[in-house]
Design a protein around this ligand. Structure first.
Ligand SMILES: NC(=O)c1ccc[n+]([C@@H]2O[C@H](COP(=O)([O-])OP(=O)(O)OC[C@H]3O[C@@H](n4cnc5c(N)ncnc54)[C@H](OP(=O)(O)O)[C@@H]3O)[C@@H](O)[C@H]2O)c1
Length: 296
């Protein structure tokens, strides 16, 4: 059985530990920097999934050193140890005992929603980070790819959501704001993230490099707010202009629409509205704080 080591016990790390089946799953509950070459030798994973990182935008601005350590330095150091260990034991991509590194980056390395030419962002496009968090993510991607793109897959999800009653869940965040922007965005269900991890771990070839990871199609925070309201999980949202939001929301939040031809052909994501309906319906059964919609 393929042995997977998951680092990070936040929204994505926990969802992967719950959703992935058919793997010999292990989790690393300690700091990224403490996963030593000796530990790698003992655990001997076929793939390491790095879902650890500092993700709170304001916290990252206020604690820049620790944000840079966790999001940039430690992931690059870890990849260096993985490559060194692979070399030490004579393992190369495709050979037995070779360890793949699956690193979570983010679709918010781009400030969109679209390019200046009106196109969605594809994995090869240069990043346009809008805050320190996004700088740490895009700098890590660049350094990891520069080290060696052959033993690594970088996954870029965007606005991750699930049916979980957790403040990290994008659906829970969109339940809390009275006003929502109606701007195009990609979103990623934990289900498509898990399927993508499974795909890059199991594929014999063409698994490495950067993948955008999202549900097929485009939505907006306002549209999701309306879906949540229809299920009784919030009151009808009001619209807010992005320019108005930018006046008080610091660091500035970005809108980003993703596209990835390889991802769509190989992983075949489900339609975003179908996935959202499914998650919202499951969420409504999982939480007890649903507001009663007003009578028609
Ligand atoms: N959720 C999203 O919408 C989203 C979208 C795009 C990309 N991503 C990326 O996906 C990854 C996982 O995101 P998430 O949503 O699961 O974030 P999360 O819920 O904030 O979880 C991240 C976890 O990593 C831990 N961590 C931080 N620094 C660490 C270190 N040096 N060593 C070990 N663990 C450490 C955090 O612990 P503490 O709480 O103690 O810091 C937290 O438990 C991140 O790289 C993030 O940038 C997430």
């Amino acid at each position: 059985m393929t042995k997977l080591l998951i680092i990070g016990r936040g929204q994505i790390g926990q969802a992967l530990a719950n959703e992935l089946t058919g793997f010999d799953l292990h989790t690393w509950p300690h700091d990224l920097d403490d996963l030593s070459t000796e530990a790698l030798d003992v655990i001997a994973p076929d793939a390491i999934v790095n879902a650890a990182g500092k993700t709170h935008l304001t916290w990252c601005e206020e604690n820049a050193r620790e944000a840079v350590r966790c999001n940039l330095e430690a992931p690059v150091r870890l990849y260096t140890r993985i490559r060194d260990h692979n070399k030490l034991i004579g393992a190369f991509p495709g050979s037995p005992r070779h360890t793949r590194y699956i690193h979570f980056s983010s679709g918010c390395v781009w400030d969109g929603p679209y390019t200046d030419e009106g196109k969605p962002f594809t994995p090869d496009m240069p990043p346009s980070p809008a805050c320190l968090y996004s700088w740490t993510k895009s700098a890590a991607d660049a350094m990891l790819m520069d080290l060696d793109p052959t033993q690594l897959a970088i996954l870029r999800p965007r606005q991750v959501y699930s049916a979980t009653d957790s403040p990290r869940n994008t659906l829970m965040k969109l339940m809390a704001y009275p006003k929502l922007v109606d701007t195009p965005n990609s979103v990623s269900s934990v289900a498509i993230i898990a399927r993508t991890v499974e795909h890059v771990v199991n594929s014999a070839a063409d698994w490495n490099g950067i993948w955008n990871v999202y549900d097929e199609g485009v939505t907006t925070p306002f549209e999701i707010g309306e879906m949540l309201a229809r299920t009784g999980l919030r009151a009808e949202p009001q619209r807010i202009e992005k320019s108005e939001l930018d006046r008080f929301h610091t660091p500035r939040r970005v809108d980003t629409v993703l596209y990835d031809e390889r991802f769509e052909a190989q992983v075949k994501p489900n339609n975003v509205l179908v996935e959202l309906e499914r998650a919202i319906s499951a969420l409504s059964k999982n939480i007890s704080t649903a507001v009663t919609p007003p009578l028609p």
